[in-house]
Design a protein around this ligand. Structure first.
Ligand SMILES: NC(=O)N[C@@H](CC(=O)O)C(=O)O
Ligand SMILES: [Zn+2]
Ligand SMILES: [Zn+2]
Length: 448
């Protein structure tokens, strides 16, 4: 591992910590040494000063749902390029989904992804383990071995596919319970949403002549899984919730003490099915963009905590896989670099959430769900200095060509968003500033 263990001490001055008041934050040896108006009193000689007037300081963002495509599709994304996009987007940790080639269904692949992430050094890359061998939905993957490996896998998912066999799902939940793991489910009943389904089933799909995927294909699996979580006493996490009905089920389950958590993507919060009218495959995603009423319910559920987490589902695809007739194009869209600006625009500017709520949904809640331990502690003395500085008022027009990702399937291109990531710090080391990123080897000494 090449990560630096020592960095120069830094005093972040005058940042609005979680939007709850101006504080100074002292970082020494990769940890937060002090927070408060008197933090500078403890600053050792040679401390660099970083003026953060007008900026909001958040704990480093954690993405529970990222596709990095390595191994197997390094033409679409690598661990290094995806990590750079993550750092630029304010993230200090990402969970790399298992639908790679080979699939992350064993210790060897899990440790390889972990090591690639460490070598790149932009963010902590945590491999997600597959639930089933080869994502085939038949036999359990090496869940216990991955949990005990160096990668310490705690999140398991067949994402891209649904664990639709109730018996297999039950066994997976029982298995992960032993080490306090969680199963993240891609909720899509394959019998209700067929292989060719590519948009929300409703009035619009009929008009466009596209095969639809009904909301109930998601909701029946969410309902089944919360009952399996209740039965097993284990933890289930609902990936990319997209319908009002799923929110109702999750609210019901939480009200009964069932251990269920849920995530929503930035695109399901802000983009809606009417964008499909131009048949542009950049808007083709799984689950599909839904009607405005669903997006509104998702926003409310995130604000009131029924949905715990914002996760990107960053899903890079090369042009050849995306630029097809709508029905034939690959599912998925980029998300790492735009997640914070989208959440800022839809949830914060609108007054639905404060920055402390954003810190919960994009850092502490995902860290808790994945059992990241000390890394999810937040902006407090003693915690690792994983920090994200946000300029809450800066307006940007998204330019897909400036992305760190290898892919260009960016549905946000040309949109104006308010709120931008100014700087990202991983254990006291600046990994990104204003879109410029640094790995382990090439951080300019005088950067601050
Ligand atoms: N979200 C998507 O549309 N695509 C994801 C798979 C997934 O998250 O289900 C992908 O791997 O491309
Ligand atoms: Zn999925
Ligand atoms: Zn996904």
């Amino acid at each position: 591992m090449t990560a630096r263990t020592t960095t120069r001490p830094v005093l972040v001055r005058g940042a609005d910590v979680l939007g709850q008041g101006t504080q100074d934050v002292l970082v020494v040896d990769g940890r937060i040494a002090a927070v408060g108006s008197d933090a500078s009193a403890d600053a050792p000689a040679g401390t660099q000063r970083l003026s953060a007037d007008g900026l909001v300081l958040l704990p480093g963002l954690v993405d529970l749902h990222t596709h990095l495509r390595e191994p197997g599709r390094e033409d679409a994304e690598t661990v290094s390029t995806g990590s750079q996009a993550a750092a630029a987007g304010g993230f200090t940790a990402v969970f790399a989904m298992a639908n790679t080639d080979p699939v992350t269904d064993n210790t060897e692949v899990a440790e390889r992804v972990l090591d690639l992430g460490r070598r790149a050094g932009y963010v902590d890359v945590h491999p997600v383990g597959a639930v089933s061998k080869g994502l085939a939905g038949e036999e359990l993957a090496e869940i216990g071995l991955m949990a005990r490996s160096r990668a310490r896998v705690r999140v398991f998912s067949d994402d891209g596919r649904c664990v639709h066999d109730a018996r297999l799902m039950r066994r997976a939940l029982e298995y992960v319970k032993a080490f306090d793991g969680v199963v993240s489910q891609h909720s899509q009943d394959p019998r209700l949403a067929g292989a060719t389904s590519c948009c929300h089933e409703g009035e619009l799909s009929g008009r466009l002549g596209l095969p639809g995927w009904p909301a109930v294909a998601e909701e029946t699996i969410v309902a089944r899984d919360v009952m399996l979580a209740r039965h097993t006493g284990s933890r289930v996490h609902v990936a990319h919730v997209s319908t009002a009905g799923s929110v109702e089920v999750i609210r019901w389950a939480k009200g009964r003490g069932i251990d269920v958590t849920a995530e929503v993507t930035p695109h399901h919060l802000m983009l809606t099915e009417d964008l499909l009218a131009g048949y542009d495959p950049v808007y083709k995603v799984n689950p599909p963009l839904r009607p405005t009423e669903d997006a509104q319910v998702l926003q409310e559920a995130l604000a009131d905590g029924t949905i715990d987490v914002v996760a990107t589902d960053h899903a890079p695809h090369v042009r050849q896989d995306k630029e097809h007739a709508f029905v034939d194009a690959a599912f998925g869209m980029l998300g790492l670099e735009t997640a914070l600006p989208v959440v800022s625009t839809v949830m914060v500017r609108s007054g639905r959430m404060g920055w402390a709520d954003v810190a919960r949904a994009m850092s502490s809640a995902p860290a808790r769900i994945a059992r990241l331990g000390t890394q999810g502690q937040g902006v407090v003395a003693g915690a690792p200095a994983n920090l994200t500085l946000v300029d809450p008022d800066r307006q940007t027009t998204v330019d897909a060509t400036l992305s760190r990702s290898l892919s260009r399937n960016n549905p946000w291109h040309g949109r104006d968003l308010v709120g931008a990531v100014h700087l990202t710090m991983l254990r006291g080391r600046v990994t990104a500033r204003e879109g410029l990123v640094w790995g382990t080897e090439d951080v300019p000494e005088e950067e601050l």
